[in-house]
Design a protein around this ligand. Sequence first.
Ligand SMILES: CC(C)(COP(=O)(O)OP(=O)(O)OC[C@H]1O[C@@H](n2cnc3c(N)ncnc32)[C@H](O)[C@@H]1OP(=O)(O)O)[C@@H](O)C(=O)NCCC(=O)NCCS
Length: 257
Amino acid sequence: MRSLHLGLDAPRTGPRQAVLALASAPLDWLDAHRGGFLHADEEVLLTDRLHARRRHGVLIGRYAAKCALAALRPDLDPRSLAIRPGVLEQPVLSGGSIDNLGISLSHAGPVAVAVAFPEACPMGIDLERIRPANVALLTRQTTAAERRNLATRLDAPEAERLTRLWCLKEALSKALRCGLTVPLELLAVGSVEARPPGFGVTFANFAQYQGLSLAAGDLAAALVLPRPPAVTLAVEPAEWESFRQALADAAAREPGE
Ligand SMILES: CC(C)(COP(=O)(O)OP(=O)(O)OC[C@H]1O[C@@H](n2cnc3c(N)ncnc32)[C@H](O)[C@@H]1OP(=O)(O)O)[C@@H](O)C(=O)NCCC(=O)NCCS
């Protein structure tokens, strides 16, 4: 497990903190240890009808989320906090004395990322495996301008470039709470610039948001949050690098490890 504190300089609300967490664990480990991090209201999500893959997703996503929350609010017992689906299937955090905190999470097999953030500063996160077999599909889900802009900034295989674009759109859809129920052109990526932890983007139709993309091994992740001047993110490049290394380690692990 790895967590990263995100300093948020927000002139309207004053400085705030968010925490990004990455976790990886096999299903049997999560099942054996779930009593240490699940709330009773989350336990009921684990019905017998759940496919093992979905059970793994629910558990690893909540484990990563509780790690992020524990780093942000070490005074709270993770078992006193519940993350349950809202009416749009969005994660809703309740319990403890969590004054207006939000959570976004994403799972890819045994790996998950989560971000715990002040609701004053909405965020979305996504994690995907980079698979060359998805190139044709992802090409259809991106515009020529998006592909061209990214290709001039990122010297990486096509599958990686396309997956990173996809993650950015999905992370934006979570920050907006709409999920991928809207035409994908609405979520289009605008400008691209090199910056830690990989590159940063703006969005063609949502000028108030920025996206950050990182990738390591066959995993790609994206974080979306409000952009300057609303929020300026303060994270040391070395901290980003250490988080990217944790992503590389998670990608290198066998699925069952
Ligand atoms: C959100 C979405 C893009 C995630 O897709 P995915 O690649 O399958 O899954 P990921 O692992 O990246 O993310 C899953 C997490 O996204 C979160 N999520 C789901 N819907 C969300 C939404 N509308 N807004 C923000 N986050 C959402 C959940 O926390 C979910 O994990 P959980 O179910 O274990 O709690 C996809 O599920 C989607 O488009 N959902 C919208 C569905 C919808 O609007 N339904 C309406 C029902 S009335």
